[in-house]
Design a protein around this ligand. Sequence first.
Ligand SMILES: O=P(O)(O)O[C@@H]1[C@@H](OP(=O)(O)O)[C@H](OP(=O)(O)O)[C@H](O)[C@H](OP(=O)(O)O)[C@H]1OP(=O)(O)O
Ligand SMILES: Nc1ncnc2c1ncn2[C@@H]1O[C@H](COP(=O)(O)OP(=O)(O)O)[C@@H](O)[C@H]1O
Ligand SMILES: [Mg+2]
Ligand SMILES: [Mg+2]
Length: 338
Amino acid sequence: MSCSSPSQREEAAGERRNMTLVVGYALSPKKVDSFITPSLLNHAQTHGVRLIPIDLSLPLLNQGPPFHCILHKLSHPTWESQLAEFSSRYPTLPIIDPPRAVRRLHDRLSMLQVVSHLHLPDSDSAPCSFGIPDQIPVLNTTHFQNLLDNCDVEYPVIAKPSASNGTAKSHQMYLVFNLEGLRKLGSELEPPFVLQQFVNHGGVVFKVYVVGDHVHCVRRDSLPDYDSDNNLGLLPFSQISNLAGGDRGMGEARAAMPPERLVSDLAGGLRDALELNLFNFDLIRDNRKSKGGTDHYQIIDINYFPGYAKMPNYEAVFTDFLLRHLLHRHNPPPTEEV
Ligand SMILES: O=P(O)(O)O[C@@H]1[C@@H](OP(=O)(O)O)[C@H](OP(=O)(O)O)[C@H](O)[C@H](OP(=O)(O)O)[C@H]1OP(=O)(O)O
Ligand SMILES: Nc1ncnc2c1ncn2[C@@H]1O[C@H](COP(=O)(O)OP(=O)(O)O)[C@@H](O)[C@H]1O
Ligand SMILES: [Mg+2]
Ligand SMILES: [Mg+2]
C-alpha cells in the first residue's frame, strides 16, 4: 500500500521528470536485432529513457544501475524465477508485462477465451459484432481417434499447435479440407492442438498493434477463401501474413479497414481483460456471418510483444508509452541499490 500524499506523489513525479529512466530489457537475440535498433535507443535516450540489456548469465538482483522497469519477452523457468525473486524484493517496480498475464497467450485456447467475456460499449456508428471461430481442442491421440471415428468435424478447419511459444513449430499450421486430410494430419501434427473453423474472410487479415493506450491497425494478406473444387486433403502453411511482401495487396483492394471504433474498443477491452500492455491481435471479417449491413469480425490470434518495428514511428510510440507508464505510477522507484 502506498502511504504518500497527492502532493508527495506530484513531487516524486516532478523529480523523475528531470532524471533518466532506466529500463532493463530481456529479449531473445532475434528480438534485440529487430526491436532494439539504434533509432529506438537514440530516440529514447533523447527523451530521458535508457534501455539497458539484462545479462541473463548473472543474477537479476545483482545488476544495475537500478532499473525503474523491466521489459521482457522470455518465458523459460530460470528467467521467470529470477523475475519472481526480483518482484518480491521490489514489489512496486513495473514488469512489462507480468509473466502470469503473458502465459495466457502461450496457449491458443486460453488466449481466445477472454474474447468470449468481452463486453464493448454500444456503438451508434457502423454496427458490427465480433467473436472467435468455433474450435475443438485435441488433447491427446485417443481424443484424435474419437474425432476420426465420429466424423463430426465441419470442414474446412485449421489445425494449430496449442502452444504459441515463439518456436517455428508453434507457427506450423495445416488446412484440413476433409476426413482424408484429417487422417493425414495424424502423422504430421502431434496433440495437443486445436481444430479451428476456417472462416472465409476475403484473403485479408487486420493486425491490431497495442502499446498501452496506442492502437494501430494494418492490413496484410492472408489465406484465400475456401474453394470447394480444391480436392487437397491437407495443406501445411506457416506465417502467411509475414511472408515477404505480406501487405502486397492480394485482397487489399477489396478490403475496407474495420471501423476505428471497433478496433479501439477491442484493443482497450483486451488490454484490460488480459492485463497486458504489449500485444497485437489478428482480426478477420467473417464473410458468411456479415449480413444486412452488420459486419461480423473474428479474433483468431493474440501475440505478446509482437514485431513493433513494423509500426510507423514505433520509436516515438514506445518511448512515449514507457514515459507515461513510469511517470504516472504512484509509487516512487526503488531507492535501494539493485
Ligand atoms: O519478428 P516479427 O516482426 O515477424 O514479429 C512476430 C509477429 O509478427 P507480426 O508483428 O504479428 O507481424 C508474430 O505475430 P503472428 O503470430 O505471426 O501473428 C509473433 O508475435 C512473433 O512472435 P512469436 O514468434 O509468436 O513469439 C513475432 O516475432 P518476434 O519478433 O517476437 O520474434
Ligand atoms: N480461423 C481462421 N480462418 C481463416 N484464416 C485463418 C484462421 N486462423 C488463422 N488464419 C490464417 O492463418 C494465419 C496464421 O494463423 P494464426 O492463428 O494467426 O497463427 P500465428 O500465431 O502463426 O500467426 C492468420 O494470420 C490467417 O491468415
Ligand atoms: Mg497470427
Ligand atoms: Mg501468433
